[in-house]
Design a binder for this molecule. Sequence first.
Ligand code: ADP
Ligand code: MG
Length: 703
Amino acid sequence: MMKEVSKTIPELYGSLVFNDKVMRERLPKDTYKALHKTIQNGTHLELDVANTVAAAMKEWAIEHGATHFTHWFQPMTGFTAEKHDSFISPVGGGQVIMEFSGKELIKGEPDASSFPSGGLRATFEARGYTAWDPTSPAFIKDGSLYIPTAFCSYNGEALDKKTPLLRSMEALNKEALKVLHLLGNTKVKKVDTTIGSEQEYFLVDKDLYKKRKDLLFCGRTLIGAPAPKGQEMEDHYFGVLKPKVAAYMHDLDEELWKLGVPVKTKHNEVAPAQHELAPVFDTANVAVDHNQLTMEMMKKIADSHHLACLLHEKPFEGVNGSGKHNNWSLVTDSGENLLDPGKTPAENTQFLVFLMAVIAAVDDYADLMRVSVASAGNDHRLGANEAPPAIVSIFLGDELTSVLKSIEEGTDFLKQKQILMEIGAKVLPHFAKDTTDRNRTSPFAFTGNKFEFRMPGSALSVAEPNVILNTAVAESLSRIYEVLKDVPEEQMEEQIQELLKSMITQHKRILFNGNGYTDEWVEEAKKRGLFNLKSLPDALPQFIAEKNIDLFIKHRIFTKEEIYSRYEIILENYSKTIHIESLTMQDMVKKDFTPALFAYVSDVTKEALDKRKLLPSLSASYEEKIVQTLTESSEQIVLALAALTEDTKKAEQMEEPLETARYYHDSILKDMDTLRASVDQAEAIIPGSYLPYPTYDELLFSL
Ligand code: ADP
Ligand code: MG
């Protein structure tokens, strides 16, 4: 039975978080004000303030059962990292007191040498620093006080995913403010990025999970014949939650609420055993931290429910993979959503300027957007007939599209129901939210008052895609500002109109409202000159393209060294991932699959021989057919296995990161596909009782 908790949820919510309410209650007024100012305006925090905050945090943490504290950061592994120190401090006489200083709160010094650093490690000291991010609240988990931090090298190079995200939020804030002030919206003091990330995942039985090396080591199945039933009945999406799944989701919600993660929506997804969770959106860095926590808790709670949570983008062949839709918008300090079309004409000018800034940004930096979601796992998803294609384009919906068209052509905009509206800057029409229809195939869709970037993979940190989005939009806004900054007030409207017009002409190639899964679109996109970067090795060279390096440097997101280090880390990670997959596949085929195949062939052969012995006239044609088919398969398997083994050895000798990644893509993945085809064909004939690992039937329909 589930516990009755609904009455206490407002009490439960954030009960393990050192949030604003706790700070207000526990900090002296001056300290609270100083800290609040730092959080709001990013100003420097004095040490005496930090000391007072640390003391209050420690008291609160101890009251909630904490004995340790940890700086919590997001190195380039894509996971979070933590090192715990206890609060104890010996005072002589065999006694200790509990201590926590402002210095310990603000700065940590973990050894950075064992984290991925690309080229940075070779040239700089091993030491790294973690620096408190006071804009993301501290929380308690497993007896420790977790302090969200950024992680950088001794010389200040970013070694993590949070630092560039914070830098990009700052860049966007700066450029957005300039444009808003120019447009006369002078009251705004701060613009923040907001993110809501919808997280997809699979749940399978833990015992079954443990029996498969591919799931254990790679997070995805490398072999496996399809189950007789897949997702074709469309009966799982939004279907009734099975009791085990419902109980899991219930506990997950509760644990995340305690940690102040505003999880809101849960439902079954398209593939069997696939589900989704979505929170209410939050400021970008907080949302990214929360998504990391969510992924961690998903795995942890699954374990206690005797389940395994799979976050891989493509755990099973033949059914949908998992993504993480990244809903993105901009909000001012007074709560105004800059991508909300709004009701009054004046706001619409502002809306159109920001809308165009996003369109231009995505067109100019579509390659970087693709790079930001590239991983060995996500490559299986992008471009398949389920997720958005690898080509980045924007869906605006019919109404906004015709608004832009009429601006470009200088004609009047006919609102639906044929109400004539003029297109002067001040009398631009109001577009109701509901008139944006749905498009499931677009990688980047306007959904009423935000954009939804659908390419991110389920296992990825959402930091990267948002770094790119923020930075690219900052750049568009800065270009808009440059054009408009010296325009006299009385000409402003006309000039904005002109600018919008020319931007639409320049960037309309990125707009596409049709079906992104078709071959026609691939052709059309090529004609339009859009990127179609199908795999990570295809995409990554764009990360170091000159225009992109210029962008990052101009907005102080990355130094050149940081870009190259990341480039290397991403490529190496890709090659290492496929290397592990190759070894795991070889191991499974040799030690798990082949013995099962031989055992079955041997039993069937014996059976046929026994029959003949008993009655030579009896037919053994069924047995013969099985033996023959499986022998043919095993001949293909031995060849394919040899090719994979040999090519993997070659890959191990390679050094240049891009060349190696290409080889893994072009040769190793292909070898794995060939091997899998034969194995799956054979597996379809072998009874499950012979196999030492569970089949797709069991995995996908076990709960
Ligand atoms: P849909 O079901 O159409 O995909 P929802 O309205 O359910 O959209 O929202 C999906 C996600 O988008 C949720 O996480 C939600 O909090 C988030 N979201 C809503 N508004 C914003 C916004 N202004 N900025 C960022 N994310 C948002
Ligand atoms: Mg959505």
